[in-house]
Design a protein around this ligand. Structure first.
Ligand SMILES: NC(=O)c1ccc[n+]([C@@H]2O[C@H](COP(=O)([O-])OP(=O)(O)OC[C@H]3O[C@@H](n4cnc5c(N)ncnc54)[C@H](O)[C@@H]3O)[C@@H](O)[C@H]2O)c1
Ligand SMILES: [Fe+2]
Length: 431
């Protein structure tokens, strides 16, 4: 785990020298901690063929596959239905789940699940379809709605068994106890967090991501990288999450360009899927921070996809956070393959942020609010939305005041040399 070239990561030192964590500089590991992950992880090219036997072991007889139209039109649903049916199970399909799902969109699927008397749910898709499936599993037969379970530990009991099969390498939802929805009334994204949302099985077959177009590959892959980075610097990181986050940064940063621009490159896709899985376990336990907190209102009000909104914020938030945890930024840069020989922590942290900006530019992901048609006049509403993300702010290494949040949004408001976005245009987008 320790990097030999360019120095030794101090959080994950295996050279015998005391690492910072052992010296108690992070000081949190002596607390009582709970580390959660699905009981069963099945990974590798072709793993999807195992889904029938595994569903049977869960006691399933009638399986509901939930996906969205974008995934359904790739034809890959047959790869899920085939092994399930071959194992003697009956299958049903709901293929109209809504990406970046609004809370209200889940109701129809819950009714479908109840009417069909399904006894197992397969979430097949990106984070959107998987989150919806996790929620359907606990809502079916409960008479409740998503809104009732927003927050931490509000779900009263385990629902139907869940098998999560990701088709993006991004959210890590297949291994988290979280489901994220757009609250249409409050114009913000909100999370349901509960151990009962943890899938029974995460089945990660990288081949299923090969059909992802470059834009989705880049944005969802950056989301995974951000999960790893935010988990690594989280004040709630532990010795169980650090190695996973660090390895994830290595895998993703060396593969994301190839996966985006050469989508059938088997190694790049495999690294991305495994990196996303590791990041999911890391952040599912250590949490994410300011990038996610500041990005949820951008998604909630302006419907910018989650990965794009996060990537937009990443370098700006890193610039703000780095002074609170310079050594960790140096290590992140080393995991990205940057040569840090002879650099001070401060110089190394700058180099890491520079590498991150270059990565976002190479992947052609927007970097300014004006790039996604958000006007400066929206900043007070963005701050209002960000302030509601209490559980995320608690993980961030550097504290933010309301003015700090507004200033960060102002810093990234307008791409130099481009015209400011007019408020009217943005208002139309929010409808
Ligand atoms: N539960 C969690 O732990 C967690 C973590 C982070 C984000 N999220 C949530 O996940 C959602 C985003 O998920 P995402 O980034 O995976 O994207 P997504 O699920 O929204 O999918 C994006 C688009 O890509 C398409 N797509 C997905 N896989 C494809 C494939 N293999 N081939 C072709 N098209 C494909 C979909 O049809 C969709 O149109 C957001 O709602 C976000 O808030 C959840
Ligand atoms: Fe995310």
């Amino acid at each position: 785990m320790a990097e030999k070239a360019g120095g030794v990561p101090r959080k994950v030192d295996d050279t015998g020298a005391a690492g910072a964590r052992e010296r108690g500089e992070r000081g949190m590991d002596i607390q009582v901690r709970m580390h959660r992950a699905p009981k069963t992880l099945i990974t590798g090219n072709g793993a999807i063929a195992r889904i029938g036997d595994e569903a049977k072991k869960l006691g399933a007889t009638k399986v509901l596959i939930i996906t969205d139209p974008g995934v359904a039109c790739t034809g890959s649903v047959a790869q899920v239905e085939g092994p399930l049916q071959a194992a003697g199970l009956t299958t049903g399909l709901f293929d109209k789940a809504v990406p970046e799902p609004p809370m209200g969109s889940v109701d129809e699927i819950v009714k479908f699940a109840e009417k069909g008397k399904f006894d197992c749910v397969v979430g097949f898709g990106g984070g959107s379809a998987i989150d919806v499936s996790k929620m359907v599993a606990v809502l079916a037969g409960s008479g409740r709605k998503v809104e009732d379970f927003v927050g931490v530990d509000q779900v009263p009991k385990k629902g139907l068994p869940i098998i999560a099969v990701p088709t993006t390498a991004g959210t890590g939802s297949e291994v988290t106890n979280i489901a994220i929805f757009a609250n249409e009334k409050l114009n913000v994204k909100q999370g349901v967090v509960s151990g009962y949302l943890l899938p029974n099985i995460a089945l990660v077959d990288p081949v299923l991501t090969w059909s992802c177009p470059p834009g989705v590959t880049a944005a969802s892959g950056m989301d995974a990288l951000i999960h790893a980075i935010e988990a690594y610097i989280s004040v709630n990181s532990t010795m169980h999450t650090d190695p996973l986050a660090y390895e994830s940064i290595k895998l993703i940063s060396k593969s994301i360009r190839t996966a985006t621009y050469d989508g059938t490159n088997a190694w790049a896709r495999h690294n991305m899927s495994m990196g996303s899985l590791l990041a999911g376990i890391a952040f599912g336990n250590a949490g994410v921070g300011a990038v996610h907190a500041l990005s949820y209102p951008i998604g909630g009000i302006f419907h910018v996809p989650h990965g794009v909104a996060n990537t937009l914020l990443l370098p700006w938030v890193m610039e703000y956070n780095m002074l609170a945890c310079l050594p960790w930024f140096k290590e992140i840069g080393m995991a990205m393959g940057e040569d840090m020989e002879g650099l001070s922590d401060r110089q190394a942290a700058d180099k890491t942020i520079c590498a991150m900006r270059q990565l976002a530019a190479d992947l052609n992901v927007p970097q300014y609010l004006s790039d996604v048609d958000i006007p400066e006049s929206a900043i007070p509403d963005l701050v209002k939305g960000a302030l509601t993300q209490g559980r995320l702010w608690n993980n961030n290494p550097r504290k933010f005041t309301e003015e700090d949040m507004a200033q960060l949004y102002r810093n990234m408001a307008v791409r130099p040399g481009s015209k400011p976005v007019k408020a009217k245009k943005a208002a139309a987008k929010t409808k």
